[in-house]
Design a protein around this ligand. Structure first.
Ligand SMILES: *Cc1c(COP(=O)(O)O)cnc(C)c1O
Length: 399
């Protein structure tokens, strides 16, 4: 089916997140070019690949330069092994319970380790199963989230973990708190602390193959910190890590757009009101179209009355309170408004573009949160070479 001949039968539901796999492939190639051939790229595909669909995106990244994958939980790793056929390394950025060691080994997934007890439990479980578990040691260099603090006590503990019989320390990593801000002072401090830990461990004879610390912002702006591996997330999806990190000149392309079809439209009289709370009052006779998208899909209620959508190739305002499953737009003055006409909530339509960042600013949040919150009841439609190559309709396709 041609993308341009969108109809309400495009997916079973007339609302979908359109995912441009060519853009995703291109973005990974841009990252590869930027880091060079010798730095490993761990594609961060946590949170269903930031809402884009982890299965499809992991496959695309694997084919275009990613060496391995980072997820936030074992369950996300299992999805990649079971449904995406991913054979490359997968490691977990957050906590994993020691009682899941058997699954970690079965699916070849590397957990983060940040306390001795957990590491000892991993080791004893792996020993019992006659195997060795690869782990990544987390260092807390200033985020105060997970990780060992950069001090002598931690050096002793990590040295001990590295000597556990069934543990192989494959990586060591830290995470930056403000790499996406213009002032890199604190990030430099974090890096120094991390390097101190790495070199002290070397003094102790602990050799760890993969040292990694760069998220998207640091991958772009602090190339001297790439070390053995980088962990880009948001830039893979063609979006900026923050307003302070410019993507200009790299050639990244947004991957996701959110689209729907008009479900209903009508003329209402002056004085009529639209939606809950009656906050939008018609000053004249107006043409109002109803969209099958609401805050339960991730089109946040906080956006009510503040945003535009693209309709017939230009901007029109969203009006009235956004409901759970529906909302209204004002199409007064538009001709030939029909149920089934395509509406773009963010992304491109013709030569017009609404960046997801515009919605994020208006909702008082960040692009990351909006994309992750596109609910699983919203079908994903994957486009390659202008053609639909895959539809993911989670409510139908997954048990
Ligand atoms: C989410 C995450 C990343 C990726 O962050 P981006 O800002 O999306 O690049 C990298 N490392 C860790 C530990 C993370 O949690």
């Amino acid at each position: 089916m041609d993308v341009n001949s969108t109809t309400e039968n495009f997916t079973r539901r007339a609302l979908w997140a359109q995912i441009d796999l060519d853009a995703a492939a291109h973005n990974m190639q841009v990252i590869r070019k930027h880091v060079g051939p010798h730095v490993r790229i761990a594609a961060v595909v946590k949170a269903n690949a930031y809402g884009h669909g982890a299965v499809e995106l992991a496959r695309t990244f694997a084919a275009n330069g990613a060496d391995c994958f980072a997820v936030s939980s074992l369950d996300e790793a299992v999805e990649l092994r079971r449904y995406a056929g991913i054979k490359k390394d997968i490691f977990i950025l957050g906590h994993t319970d020691g009682r899941r060691t058997e699954e970690l080994l079965l699916y070849h997934v590397e957990p983060a380790v940040f306390n001795l007890k957990n590491a000892e439990f991993f080791s004893s479980e792996a020993s019992r199963l006659g195997q060795t578990l690869r782990v990544h040691v987390a260092i807390d260099s200033g985020m105060s989230r997970i990780g060992f603090l950069p001090d002598e006590e931690s050096i002793a503990t990590i040295t001990r973990i590295a000597s556990l019989p069934a543990i192989e320390v494959h990586g060591i990593f830290t995470h930056f708190a403000v790499a996406d801000e213009a002032d890199k002072t604190f990030t430099r401090q974090q890096f120094e602390r991390f390097m101190w830990v790495c070199s002290r461990l070397e003094d102790e004879g602990v050799r760890i193959p993969l040292r990694h610390c760069c998220n998207s912002a640091a991958t772009l702006e602090l190339p001297e910190y790439h070390l053995d591996m980088v962990r880009p997330g948001i830039i893979q999806y063609g979006c900026e890590p923050s307003r302070a990190v410019s993507l200009a000149g790299y050639g990244f392309e947004p991957v996701m757009s959110l689209r729907c079809c008009v479900a209903h439209n009508k003329l209402i009289d002056a004085g009529s009101t639209v939606s809950y709370g009656r906050h939008f009052v018609c000053d004249q006779r107006r043409k109002i179209a109803t969209l099958p998208v609401g805050y339960a899909d991730g089109y946040m209620r906080a956006l009510s009355g503040k945003v535009d959508v693209l309709f017939h190739g230009h901007r029109v305002p969203q009006v009235g309170t956004i409901c759970m499953d529906q909302c209204m737009i004002d199409v007064t003055g538009e001709v030939n408004v029909r149920a089934g006409d395509e509406v773009v909530l963010f992304g491109r339509q013709g030569d017009q573009f609404i960046p997801i960042e515009e919605l994020a600013d208006k909702a008082g949040t960040i692009n990351y949160e909006i994309m992750c919150n596109i609910n699983r009841r919203v079908p994903r439609v994957y486009i390659q070479n202008g053609q639909v190559v895959e539809r993911e309709e989670y409510l139908f396709d997954k048990p």
